[in-house]
Design a protein around this ligand. Structure first.
Ligand code: PLP
Length: 420
């Protein structure tokens, strides 16, 4: 476009933006959480296990203390869905995030089974590799405990493994790495088997290097069939690094986000270590909640059928957002975005230096977007280009209005930048 054309386009967009502001909207695209109609799918849980039903199939009285590893039945279901098998997984309380937090704190204070000393006693700060864009709460754990974060690119087949291998091989301070292997937050990318094999096999300067394999969206597909979970613990063991991987998952976005069951899969040695530390804080997880989940699902296919019902609710929302992005932004080429086949997010990249401005314009028009930078360590997106879109929560009519507004804001911010 010539400068004149650009000025004319900006004037048109400004009119459209003023109309948006005048509409008095109050819309929210920040929340990566299930919508009420999704929560309704799990309504029967509220009346399970029901009076008199408190024994699990192995005879455990779920009302009582104990059973730090959780009920075998629910472990078997999620051992299948998360690719660990039934024996190398434990079931805990409602948040996998809490497990990730505790794994980190235990390692800092006590060291892992492979540590020469606690991570906190390392000479200088320890470091975690962070595929970007990524999940803000992973980064918050690291930041809170003074763990230095190193950005590595997240590619469509997983983290840039050559870059990871180089950092891990040469620096003994690199102790950990976050990975969301399936339908990653926020890109929707899924780690390929090849990349997974390389991640578990890469030589590490630190013998206690750990990969947090956070499979939060393992079964959250928007297409007919979910990808098979990689047998990541077997791959790590075959590569001679049996203790390298922590597999995480939960039913937060399967049943109730605030009252689900979370899982940790790892080698026997790591699980024993975790349980030993965790049993100082608890005499066992909420087994009644595990029992009601077990009764509700019955088996892994029960979970798959349930996820197909989520898909029916979510697929139209994702399609709508992608259609609006295509319709409003494709021709101008001021943005690109991911086309996820599952998960909870779409990752939108606008022209460098305009993400924060786009979010600001949207806010002034009454549309809340996730803060620019949130998908990067220290909330610092070096190119100021990434915006995380969360289509799941708003009703579909609100979603349409909000997304159309976001497109206007992104275009307006782009004209401002180009005319600057
Ligand atoms: N991991 C990822 C990648 C997530 O996106 C989320 C929630 O958004 C979580 C973990 C939180 O899981 P939980 O509810 O089990 O703590």
């Amino acid at each position: 476009m010539s400068a004149d054309q650009l000025l004319q386009t900006q004037a048109d967009l400004r009119k459209r933006y003023d109309a948006l502001c005048a509409a008095g909207l109050k819309l929210d695209l920040t929340r990566g959480k299930p919508a009420p109609d999704q929560l309704d799918l799990s309504e029967p849980l509220l009346s399970l296990p029901g009076p008199g039903h408190y024994l699990s199939s192995d005879g455990t009285d779920c009302r009582n203390y104990g059973g730090i590893k959780g009920l075998p039945g629910i472990r078997a279901i999620f051992g299948e869905l998360l690719g660990t098998g039934p024996d190398r997984i434990i079931a805990q309380n409602n948040a996998s995030l809490q497990i990730m937090h505790d794994l980190t704190v235990f390692a800092l204070l006590r060291g892992t089974p492979d540590s020469e000393r606690p991570w906190a006693q390392h000479d200088g700060p320890i470091k975690f590799l962070c595929p970007v864009p990524g999940y803000d709460r992973h980064f918050a754990i690291a930041e809170k405990y003074g763990i230095e974060m190193i950005n590595v690119p997240m590619n469509p087949d997983g983290p840039d493994v050559a870059r990871c291998a180089e950092l891990v091989a040469t620096d003994p301070a690199v102790k950990g790495m976050w990975v969301v292997p399936t339908y990653s937050n926020p890109t929707g990318y899924t780690v390929s088997e090849q990349v997974a094999r390389e991640l578990v096999a890469m030589p590490a300067a630190a013998p206690d290097f750990r990969i947090y394999w956070d499979n939060a969206y393992a079964v959250h597909t928007l297409i007919e069939t979910a990808p098979e979970p990689l047998p990541i613990l077997d791959l790590a063991a075959e590569a001679g690094n049996p203790n390298r991987v922590y597999v995480l998952g939960s039913t937060s976005k399967i049943t109730f986000a605030g009252a689900g069951v979370a899982f940790l899969g790892s080698s026997q040695e790591n699980l024993d270590w975790y349980c030993k530390q965790a049993s100082i804080a608890t005499i066992g997880p909420d087994k009644l909640n595990q029992l009601r989940h077990l009764q509700f699902f019955r088996d892994a296919d029960g979970v798959r059928v349930h996820m197909a019902r989520h898909r029916e609710l979510l697929a139209p929302k994702f399609k709508l957002v992608l259609d609006i992005l295509e319709d409003r932004l494709a021709a101008s080429k001021i943005a690109n975005w991911t086309q996820p086949e599952g998960g909870y997010f779409i990752s939108l990249n606008v022209i460098d230096g305009t993400a924060a401005r786009t979010v600001e314009l949207a806010k002034e028009a009454g549309i809340a977007l996730t803060a620019a930078g949130a998908t990067f360590p220290y909330k610092n997106d070096p190119d100021d280009q990434n915006i995380r879109l969360a289509p799941t929560f708003p009703p579909i009519d609100e979603l349409a209005t909000a997304m159309d507004g976001v497109a206007t804001c992104a275009l307006l911010a782009a004209t401002e930048k180009l005319l600057d």
